[in-house]
Every structure is written in C-alpha cells, then in structure tokens.
Design a protein around this ligand. Structure first.
Ligand code: CTP
Ligand code: ZN
Length: 158
C-alpha cells in the first residue's frame, strides 16, 4: 500500500475494500447516495466529504463518497453521470485502487427521475415507471409525454 496522500488530503481515511466515488460535483454527495439507494437507515459503512478542495473541479471544490465492502456495478454508477458528470469510480481491494472508471451517461434512465408533468402516465396510479431519454448531461426527455427536464435534474430524483 502506498501512502502518497498528505495528512491534509486524507480528511476521510482510506478504506480497505469497497468503492470510492471521487470528483463529485460539489454539493451533490447526498444526491449520489440517493441514486445508489443509500437512504434512511442503512447498514452500509459510508463516509462522505463535501466541498473539499480539488484542483480539477469547478470552483476548486468536490464531494467524495466512500462505500465500504460494496463494489458498485456500471449500471448503478452510470446514473451518477446525470448529476456528477466528472465523477470517477474507484474500486478498492486490500487498500489498492484496482479499477478506476469514469461515469458514462446512459441512453435511457428508468425510475431514477420523476416526470415534472403531473398528468404523465408515470405519475398516475398505473404501475408505470418513469423513463427518460438522455439527450445530454443537462437534458432529459420523458419517453411517455415528451416533457423535457433541462434544469436542476437533481430536484427530480425519485
Ligand atoms: N482511496 C481510498 N482508500 C484507498 C485507496 C484510495 O479511500 N485504500 C481514495 C483516495 O482517497 C481517492 C480515490 O480513492 O479519493 C482515488 O485514489 P487514487 O487513485 O490513489 O487517487 P488519485 O491519484 O488522486 O486519483 P485521481 O487521479 O482519480 O484524482
Ligand atoms: Zn412524462
């Protein structure tokens, strides 16, 4: 194990096994947890750092989420691209980073974001999950009613 981080950078300690979601757009750590279904009471061991310094991200700030003993799979991770397009996912085994991936915007997202149109079938009593075509990182189009979300996607997270 290489200890290359200075004490100042190691605000949240290294983990032995699990996933580190790094370079999250500052302020979005809790949205990332929501996307990963880590809400309310959870048994997962989770560390969150918000608004820590980053050389790479806008305004020099980023969030980090560390989830111990869970290796995230691409399908769950790629939804994170909606709110944190620059996030990197590091898989840690025995303290070493064994995999580092960028998030990739999915083409379609199902049951992640709710449609703003209250009359949309995905908001009705019918058992229809919301479904959006991802136009780009800033715009989604409802596959049922064509309503577009192009501002503050995080506000519509289910
Ligand atoms: N990390 C961790 N526990 C470990 C190893 C790494 O929590 N046992 C965290 C680091 O603190 C960092 C992330 O995982 O937030 C990625 O680690 P590393 O690749 O070593 O850091 P950088 O080189 O800074 O990554 P990048 O090039 O992606 O910025
Ligand atoms: Zn709709």
């Amino acid at each position: 194990m290489t200890l290359k981080k200075s004490k100042e950078e190691l605000r949240v300690r290294s983990i032995k096994n699990g996933s580190v979601i790094d370079h999250i757009t500052a302020g979005n750590a809790l949205n990332v947890l929501k996307i990963l279904d880590i809400i309310g009471t959870t048994k997962a061991i989770v560390s969150v750092a918000m608004n820590v310094t980053s050389k790479r991200l806008p305004y020099g700030r980023k969030d980090i989420v560390k989830i111990e003993d869970r290796e995230l799979i691409p399908a769950e991770v790629d939804k994170i691209a909606l709110i944190a397009p620059q996030a990197t996912i590091n898989i840690i085994r025995d303290y070493e980073v064994v995999q580092k991936n960028s998030v990739v915007l999915p083409d379609i997202i199902t049951h992640v974001v709710r449609c703003p149109n209250l009359n949309c079938i995905s908001n009705s009593a019918e058992p229809v999950y919301s479904k959006f075509k991802v136009l780009d990182s800033l715009a989604l189009r409802c596959s049922y009613c064509e309503t577009i979300i192009d501002t503050d996607i995080a506000a519509y997270l289910i």
